[in-house]
Design a protein. Structure first.
Length: 364
């Protein structure tokens, strides 16, 4: 008779003999909303989730595309509302206190820590030293009793290497294009292992540049591919002009930005989906921005004449002009499909929707 394998004994022996090794699954438990339902859904598969703790998330885009607004503003504010302590690493010397306050971030010293860092090596030391102390203080405690922390690195693209600094001092401005991608990759790869299994997350912004490949027109993210492999979520953002007033009427003046967000990588939903978010200068990002386009794309809301029509799961018909689809009405659709993969559902039901034009939702 075969002797049963003592898995508990083996698990105990390897975790004791190999420093830094752990066993088990580290599925995300805590999530932070981005402040927008559509973006939450595309990156996490859930309207109320967003970015996970215990993982690395990257938002990359050109200047003015809304990266800092989203990460250092919206996500930092949402984290504070959930009792998560944000540590803001500013490498651009651009995050002013008045600007953060205007976005609703509590800048009190006991609510947020802002660290001004210029070197990749210093960011690595900061996170490494923090996690050493964190594990000493909190790992003996149950997961739910540990302090939740979010590192916000704004941005990776502005961080320097020692070679950059040395060359600048000598008047050599060629930069260190060889070591920086490797250093960024090493930074993110080590961070992934340091925060695994703990309620500590990292969200970083990065820069993009125009692609020179005619067969692959998507903007490229600076810093190489290495740190993209280590990130659980990567969102590319592109800046477009917003020319409309508060009522949605077209104007000739620029009233804000339209941020075109494309999910390049996610481990929690269908990748390569995109949404355009409207960020007016006066009011900021609306919670429901992009939701109507998302529901149209999935076939949940369909065009009928010059109106958009939706039939709720209770059989009630909602038919409005585009401007009439307010947050209150969009919330009804969200509640109907909050536990459904609406994008996958569109693929599975394409044939039935063509045959039965009156079917606008799943009955299950």
């Amino acid at each position: 008779m075969t002797k049963p394998f003592d898995i508990a004994k083996f698990r105990s022996s390897i975790t004791k003999s190999v420093p830094g090794m752990s066993t088990g699954f580290f599925d995300p438990v805590d999530w932070i909303s981005t402040g927008n339902y559509a973006l939450n859904y595309l990156i996490s598969g859930d309207f109320n989730r967003g970015i996970p703790l215990g993982k690395v998330t990257t938002f990359a885009g050109e200047s003015g595309s809304g990266k800092s607004y989203l990460c250092s503003g919206n996500i930092a504010r949402q984290a504070q509302e959930q009792g998560i302590f944000p540590i803001l690493i500013d490498s651009e010397n651009a995050l002013d206190e008045d600007w953060l306050k205007a976005l609703g971030v509590d800048t009190s010293i006991d609510k947020i820590l802002k660290v001004n860092v210029a070197m990749i090596d210093d960011v690595a030391k900061l996170i490494s030293e923090f996690m050493k102390g964190y594990k000493t203080d909190y790992e003996p405690l149950p997961y739910e009793e540990r302090q939740k922390v979010l590192f916000i690195v704004d941005s990776l693209g502005m961080l320097l290497t020692p070679t950059d600094v040395d060359q600048f001092g000598k008047g050599d401005l060629k930069g260190d294009m060889g070591r920086k991608p490797k250093a960024l990759t090493a930074l993110v790869r080590n961070c992934v292992n340091l925060i695994a299994g703990n309620p500590v997350g990292i969200v970083a912004t990065n820069h993009t540049y125009a692609s020179q490949d005619m067969f692959d027109p998507d903007d490229k993210i600076s810093g190489g591919q290495g740190f993209i492999y280590a990130s659980s979520i990567v969102v590319a953002m592109k800046k477009l002009k917003l020319k409309e007033d508060e009522d949605g009427n077209k104007t000739s003046e620029v009233s804000g930005i339209r941020s075109a967000c494309k999910v390049m990588k996610t481990r929690y939903a269908k990748p390569f989906e995109s949404v355009q978010l409207k960020i007016p200068y006066e009011t900021g990002l609306d919670l429901y921005s992009g939701c109507l386009d998302l529901f149209e794309k999935s076939g949940k809301i369909q065009k009928e004449g010059n109106k958009l029509k939706y039939i709720t799961k209770t059989g009630t018909e909602i038919k409005e002009f585009r401007k009439g689809w307010t947050g209150e009405k969009l919330q009804i659709v969200i509640d109907d499909f909050k536990d459904t993969d609406i994008l996958e559902d569109k693929v599975n039901n394409t044939e039935s929707n063509l045959e039965e034009k009156e079917v606008y939702y799943d009955t299950e």
